[in-house]
Design a protein around this ligand. Structure first.
Ligand code: R5P
Length: 298
């Protein structure tokens, strides 16, 4: 079955690259806002009997969700047989528990919305913590891709003697995998979150690796407080400034500069969210997964 890829605003570069790799049609659509803030959506290309792939990374999700919903519904009305969301970064994975009475478990509510809108989902390293598998949240089939091997290749190619460091227990899953693939040692620290943008990180046992370059690895850099606290701790223990690697460059306002100022030697991210720090491209990984869905009969 033919596939057709549409870029939601801000995803044009990735979509062009994926369409070229897959030799697939890139669809034409108009998505804009009226002066009153409501969305206007028009699909121009023919989608009848095609598998529609909407490419939309989901940082800043609240503003993106309605146009995405309108695109998916309109594609179906126009005869698309299947509508897949490719969200290299998947939002609302971190509030996976009600910490206080009455709090929304937004991971669940967001998953309900996406599951009701799309037939399938492709994403990269979703922040699975208290939920261990996507099917515990999402009612639609999801392909979960991992950046680990591409990160490991980057580390091997750019850092001669790396010591990989995960800033908290949650990062164990990423850092241990990347370290294994890069054949490098790793440490995982302990983090205490004191508020939205305040964290404390335990002192690492990095003294055992005096000649290694510390390479911090995490899935998300958002306020960057996790990385900043880790960088600050490391300054007391090793003179080598660390390289900071994040899969998803969420970067709240001012976070990137604050991390640079804190002493990161380099800040490297993957292109799941467009940002000047994107040095690691995951286009091939995504193209492979899209090609997989194109062949399926779902
Ligand atoms: C949470 O456990 C994640 O793995 C990251 O450590 C966290 O999201 C980073 O957030 P921030 O940059 O706001 O410290």
């Amino acid at each position: 079955m033919k596939i057709i890829l549409f870029a939601l605003p801000g995803n044009e570069t990735l979509t062009r690259s994926l369409a070229a790799m897959l030799q697939a049609e890139q669809g034409e659509a108009i998505i804009r806002h009226f002066p009153d803030g409501e969305s206007y959506v028009r699909i121009i290309s023919d989608v009848k009997h095609k598998k529609v792939i909407l490419i939309c990374t989901l940082n800043q999700p609240d503003i993106k969700l309605l146009p995405l919903y309108f695109m998916a519904g309109t594609a179906r009305e126009l005869g698309a047989t299947h509508v897949t969301l490719v969200a290299p970064y998947l939002a609302y994975m971190r509030q996976d528990k009600a910490f206080h009475n009455g709090e929304a478990i937004t991971s669940r509510r967001f998953a309900d919305l996406i599951s009701g809108t799309f037939d399938s989902l492709i994403t990269i390293d979703p922040h699975l913590h208290r939920f261990h598998h996507m099917h515990e949240l999402y009612a639609i089939p999801s392909s979960v891709l991992h950046a680990a091997s591409t990160l490991a290749e980057w580390v091997k190619a750019h850092i001669p003697l790396p010591l990989l460091i995960g800033p908290d227990e949650e990062s164990y899953q990423w850092v241990s995998e990347v370290a294994g693939m890069a054949a490098a040692p790793f440490l995982v620290l302990q983090k205490t979150r004191l508020g939205d943008s305040e964290v404390k990180v335990s002192s690492p046992e990095i003294r055992n690796y005096p000649n290694h370059t510390p390479v911090l690895v995490d899935d998300i850099i958002s306020t960057a407080r996790t990385m900043i606290e880790t960088v600050k701790q490391l300054q007391f223990i090793t003179p080598k400034p660390p390289v900071c690697i994040g899969v998803h460059a969420v970067f709240a306002a001012g976070a990137f500069d604050a991390l640079k100022e804190a002493g990161a030697a380099q800040i490297i991210t993957c292109n799941t969210i467009p940002h000047p720090s994107n040095s690691i491209k995951l286009d091939k990984l995504l193209a492979g997964a899209i090609a997989g869905t194109a062949g399926s009969k779902e």
